[in-house]
Design a binder for this molecule. Structure first.
Ligand SMILES: *Cc1c(COP(=O)(O)O)cnc(C)c1O
Length: 493
């Protein structure tokens, strides 16, 4: 071989790499810092509440990286900066929104997954990782009592899991070739049905995939914020009569606000009767279907054509991990598969995940879920989810028993309540406004204080504090501490 160049490629400048000793030293030191951080988390503030301007200042102080710097200093400084200025959703007294603390094995799993760096889009690039993802999909299905013969894959989160199911339903239920002609290419308007409590992925999905948000029929809820099935049936019939094409009902297993589960078995029956796709958004609540004591309403999830759920919620996976399960895997292939000539590895023998969803190149996010399922076991998960629910119920009981607290709802592991100063009658005509303002201020102070973190819900115009326990670190003492903190703040106001 003749070289045209005077520069030998063996003189490769080492820019991105680290040698083995350096990597080992950096890695050990990082793991030590993380272990200390995890062990001391309960004593740290949930959030230091660093002012936004200070956060911007930290970053503005850094020069544009035209020239690289030493990895050791860089990692140490970054670790310190993140530990000093972040909000920690793994903190035992973090009960805001629906964000779980990460499993330690999941943290390590992400590290390992990055090292192997499998591209789980095609099985040729990830022969083992693809099968691990398939096994993880079967296991999570089994955990919830859903058929293990289903198709499915891991996604970035609940939004994309729900989108994936919506696109599978669109392809399965349009009477024309919707992938070629588009949703406007048929003679009828495709309509979908969701309760008013549905998460905003619904609007995004209707918009992004060409239906338009007008195609969503927002179904009334009953006094418990559950989808009203009679109203649902009436809406479907009205659309049929108007010549539209109803194609999917979206039910929720664990609403964002209060954790309510729609009457899934009745909705399933209605979908069967009308030949509609039955989708369950179980982003939060689906794993609770694993509990032997799960309600019949929640167990209706097993009748769904598709389920979206979030391992980064109630399976405690580190962000990001969503998951979609589709009863008949062929529906995913029908909706997503293209087989270009440059992917000559594609055949019907092997699963290539790029054919089953939205992404092409895909990371190995299944690994952290697979590891946690094996380490914790179904039994461990069932126990931990059960305890989360019991702790939320305990909060409800404490609030109910406390003369200055008023308990509202408890569903799954979400409890809503508010502070009512002694001497104030919450039923008095002018009380609502006053109590709303009081509890809004209390919440702002609670979040800023860093001792505990909850978020809010608004039910029929009443502003409430809302605690959601999806955290294997939270204990009864943390619940008692929360009550004390809320009452203390309330009295000071
Ligand atoms: C969290 C949640 C979503 C969105 O999931 P992301 O992981 O944030 O994308 C959708 N629906 C419900 C019911 C949720 O709780």
């Amino acid at each position: 071989m003749h070289s045209h160049s005077t520069t030998s490629p063996s003189l490769r400048t080492r820019t991105a790499g680290l040698d083995a000793e350096q990597f080992r030293a950096l890695g050990h030191s990082l793991v030590n810092d993380i272990a200390d951080f995890l062990a001391t988390l309960p004593e740290r503030p949930v959030t230091p509440h660093t002012p936004h301007a200070e956060i911007l200042g930290l970053l503005d102080a850094l020069p544009t990286p035209h020239r690289g710097i030493d990895a050791e200093t860089l990692l140490r400084d970054t670790t310190t900066m993140l530990f000093d200025h972040s909000l920690f959703n793994g903190h035992p007294r973090f009960m805001g929104y629906i964000t779980a603390g990460p499993t330690p094995i999941g943290i390590l799993g992400d590290f390992l997954a990055s090292a192997v760096n499998s591209n789980v889009g095609g099985s040729v690039l990830s022969p083992l990782a693809t099968e691990i993802e398939r096994q993880a999909v079967r296991w999570v299905a089994e955990l919830m009592g859903y058929p293990a013969t289903c198709g499915g894959l891991f996604t970035s989160g609940g939004n994309v899991a729900n989108f994936t199911a919506l696109l599978a339903a669109r392809r399965a239920k349009a009477g024309w070739d919707v992938r070629v002609k588009g949703v406007a290419g048929g003679d009828r308007m495709m309509t979908m049905y969701a309760s008013k409590e549905t998460h905003t992925w619904m609007q995004k999905g209707a918009d992004l995939f060409g239906f338009g948000t007008d195609a969503v029929r927002w179904i009334e809820t009953d006094g418990d914020q559950r989808m009203n099935v009679d109203a649902l049936a009436a809406a479907i019939e009205a659309d049929r009569a108007a010549g539209h094409l109803p194609f999917i009902v979206i039910a929720t297993a664990g609403t964002v606000s209060t954790g309510v589960v729609d009457p899934l078995p009745q909705i399933a029956a209605l979908c069967r009767a009308h030949d509609l796709w039955f989708h369950v958004d179980g982003a939060y609540g689906a794993p609770a279907a694993a509990l032997p004591e799960a309600s019949p309403d929640l167990l209706g999830i097993r009748e769904a054509d598709s389920i979206a759920f979030d391992p980064h919620k109630w399976l405690y996976a580190p962000l990001e991990a969503g998951c979609v399960l589709v009863r008949n895997p062929q529906h995913l292939l029908d909706a997503f598969s293209y087989r270009p000539v440059y992917y000559h590895f594609v055949d019907d023998e092997q699963v290539n995940f790029y054919e089953y969803g939205i992404q092409n190149s895909r990371g190995f996010r299944a690994l952290k879920v697979w590891l946690a399922l094996r380490q914790i076991g179904f039994e461990g998960y069932i126990q931990s989810i059960r305890e989360d629910i019991a702790l939320a119920y305990y909060l409800h009981e404490l609030a109910e028993a406390h003369p200055e607290l008023q308990a509202f709802t408890h569903h799954l592991s979400i409890t809503t309540f508010r502070y009512v100063p002694s001497g104030v009658d919450p039923a008095a005509p002018d009380a609502r406004e006053r109590l709303n303002t009081l509890n809004e201020t209390l919440l702002a102070q609670l979040e800023a204080g860093g001792k505990a973190f909850v978020s809010n819900a608004v039910i029929d115009g009443t502003f409430l504090l809302r605690a959601c326990v999806v955290n294997f670190n939270t204990t009864a003492a943390d619940i008692e501490a929360l009550v004390e903190i809320v009452v203390g703040l309330g009295r000071a106001l």
